[in-house]
Design a protein around this ligand. Structure first.
Ligand SMILES: *[C@@H]1O[C@H](CO)[C@@H](O)[C@H](O)[C@H]1NC(C)=O
Ligand SMILES: *[C@@H]1O[C@H](CO)[C@@H](O)[C@H](O)[C@H]1NC(C)=O
Ligand SMILES: *[C@@H]1O[C@H](CO)[C@@H](O)[C@H](O)[C@H]1NC(C)=O
Length: 352
């Protein structure tokens, strides 16, 4: 009787703990291998260079600021929440004791804030911008359609349109700095996501005013669409820069991977329909354990795109895990859509 129970316990332990643990650890090791290494050319000296990072007070943005600070750059933390950014600066200073860290208020929910940020920056630090990192990203709960100050659907407005205007207004600065040293063009780095593959922009209704929000259960459609817009922007920006001979600016988009930071946590709390039990308690934890990256790991592809010397001739491409991301895996990116989106964005932000 007793042996029967102990063998039952052993079996239970084997099936429900030991085997899953071995599978998880093996997966983790394999995935780590597949993820690729940090590019050694990242270790370039950027002292004296000026970098802007949006959404710098949290997650990948914060880690990105720290990476630049460690390498001696002057970093502008473009943040909505200045108090939070002050804590971030204290924290990073205590570790790096290096880098000029400057907080400037930028609220991407408001185009007038974008304009005053740019005017303020150009006045204070003229002809100095080398790298612009469009990092800030908003994710609203499934089914939520909020508006920005200018009446744009919030996710599209913040993630795409505000960054479109920001980049457009700062481009002359990037060009000036690039021209000072043509062998090192200035860069625009766009933190996008692999979920752009699930997006579908409807050009007749970009703000989802008429189209029902047939949201997918796990990743809000509006977020996927905004990330698709980020990638199309990257494509068209590169094309336009190439057409200007010697523009001295290049641009890159990237997927940071599955990041275990704050984005999404709040949205999970607000989710209208909770995900099925198995998804929440089995699938998500397994995916997170096997493939999740912390903020520092996630920032590596941003640093790769910002600094790697191998990328100069690859403007407009997309990267993941510090590696080129194959075209065949990015089926949603059409040059036609990129041109259409650009023209519509120009009108929406009042640049045409
Ligand atoms: C966005 O929507 C949420 C939920 O519907 C609401 O609580 C919140 O106040 C809205 N935010 C803005 C800025 O409109
Ligand atoms: C950002 O702008 C929006 C829209 O004007 C406003 O509702 C929000 O309070 C602003 N937030 C901050 C922190 O400035
Ligand atoms: C790029 O830099 C070169 C060399 O400094 C300069 O001649 C050229 O005008 C620059 N291009 C633009 C578009 O500013």
């Amino acid at each position: 009787m007793l042996s029967c129970i102990t063998s039952f316990l052993w079996c239970a332990l084997l099936y429900f703990a030991i085997i899953p643990a071995i599978i998880l650890i093996a997966t983790r090791i394999i995935v780590k291998k597949l993820r690729g290494q940090v590019d050694p050319t990242n270790e370039v000296d950027v002292s004296g260079k000026t970098v802007i990072v949006t959404g710098a007070s949290d997650g990948i943005g914060k880690a990105t600021v720290e990476e630049f600070a460690t390498r001696g750059a002057r970093v502008i933390l473009a943040c909505r929440n200045v108090q939070k950014a002050e804590k971030v600066v204290d924290d990073i200073r205590s570790r790096t004791r290096n880098g000029e860290l400057i907080i400037m208020h930028l609220n991407l929910s408001s185009l007038s804030s974008v304009r005053s940020f740019c005017a303020d920056f150009i006045q204070k630090y003229p002809s100095s911008l080398s790298i612009l990192v469009n990092n800030a990203g908003l994710i609203n709960p499934v089914g939520v359609r909020n508006l920005t100050e200018d009446g744009f659907e919030e996710t599209f407005g913040v993630n795409h349109l505000a960054h479109f205007l920001l980049t457009d207004l700062l481009l002359p600065e990037l060009k000036k700095t690039g021209a000072q040293n043509p062998s090192e063009p200035s860069r625009v780095v766009i933190v996008s996501s692999g979920v752009h593959n699930w997006g579908a922009l409807q050009f007749h209704d970009l703000m989802y005013e008429k189209t029902p929000l047939d949201d997918w259960k796990f990743t809000p459609k509006l977020y996927c669409n905004s990330k698709l817009a980020n990638n199309l922007f990257n494509l068209e920006l590169a094309k336009r820069l190439r057409s200007e001979k010697n523009a001295n600016v290049t641009c890159y988009a990237l997927c940071p991977g599955i990041v275990t930071t704050n984005i999404g946590k709040e949205s999970a709390k607000l989710r209208a329909n909770p995900e099925p039990y198995l998804v929440k308690h089995v699938l998500f934890p397994v995916v997170k354990f096997a493939m999740g990256k912390n903020a520092k790991e996630s920032a590596q592809t941003t640093m790769f795109c910002a600094l790697s010397k191998h990328l100069s001739h690859h403007s407009g491409e997309m990267y993941r895990n510090c590696e080129f991301w194959d075209y065949s895996k990015r089926t949603k990116l059409s040059e036609e859509d990129a041109a259409t989106l650009w023209e519509m964005s120009e009108k929406l932000v009042g640049r045409k």
